[in-house]
Ligand binder design. Sequence first.
Ligand code: B12
Ligand code: SF4
Ligand code: SF4
Length: 225
Amino acid sequence: MTHPKENTEKIKTLCQQWGGSLFGVADLRTLKKEEILLPSSLMDKFSCGISVGFHLSDAILEEIQNQPTPLYFHHYQRVNILLDTIGLIVTSAIQDFGYQAMPIPTSQLVDWKNQKGHLSHKHMASAAGLGWIGRNNLLVNEKFGSRIRLVTILTDFPLVVSSPSIKDCGACLDCLSVCPTGAIKVRQEEFDHLRCYEQLRTFAKTLHFSHNICGVCVKACRGPK
Ligand code: B12
Ligand code: SF4
Ligand code: SF4
């Protein structure tokens, strides 16, 4: 089966059946090569990145005030497992059709100093039309705001590429005042990665979480009005 439209519908339906709320396909040529920490000999095998988003539980997010909660920590871990599982299921389906697929871990670092994974799921999702990078430095979707987590599957399966979103945060400033460390600025480019990182390290130490989590700016973002 090599018809891109039919292939795309099949994979999209599979993702939805497994709880994926958002689906899109990015053309890998549109991504910055220097941001991808995988050998080019490996990347050359793939033409597309499938981006899948899971809509986080609004009820769990509503419980967050100015720091992460134990419920959010558990949710974060389970959603990572689900998204990694969707990555495996999609990989298996594509390989059964005779093509290559490689799921990228939902949350794994390969460059600790610069805090980078194999590739940016946010940049992939943006190229796949799921949304844009907002003032809070997260992927903002028109329907769910930033209340989503993401995974990417690289493939050479013939698929229909999505159009990137042309929207932005507009006049919305809802996330600026909520950040406990003032890392979010009016200009997205001025987002203070280090302040945010240090705040998350403090949360992990004081609240005894084994991961750097927060969730405050995730909760705050419902997308522009
Ligand atoms: C490492 C990481 C972090 C680190 C550092 C993030 C960073 N780079 O600034 C920390 C622990 C701080 C972090 C925090 C959070 N993260 Co995080 N994180 C990642 C991870 C695993 C890799 C990011 C990456 O590789 N980026 C690639 C580079 C090219 O993109 P960039 O981040 O824009 O690049 C900048 C930084 O590298 C920065 N930089 C350079 N040197 C240094 C050094 C340090 C120390 C730091 C901190 C930054 C930094 O400069 C670059 C250019 O501006 C991704 C998963 C993934 N593979 O995508 C999740 C991911 C981005 N995180 C996510 C989330 C939700 C969070 C948190 C809300 C925590 C939580 N779950 O409660 C906060 C939000 C912070 C924010 N507002 O941006 C989601 C985002 C979903 C969405 N809707 O957009 C992702 C995609 C995970 C997922 N699978 O869904 N995260
Ligand atoms: S994750 Fe927390 S500390 Fe980092 S920008 Fe969002 S609200 Fe601020
Ligand atoms: S809360 Fe508003 S300003 Fe902040 S990222 Fe979301 S849409 Fe953009």
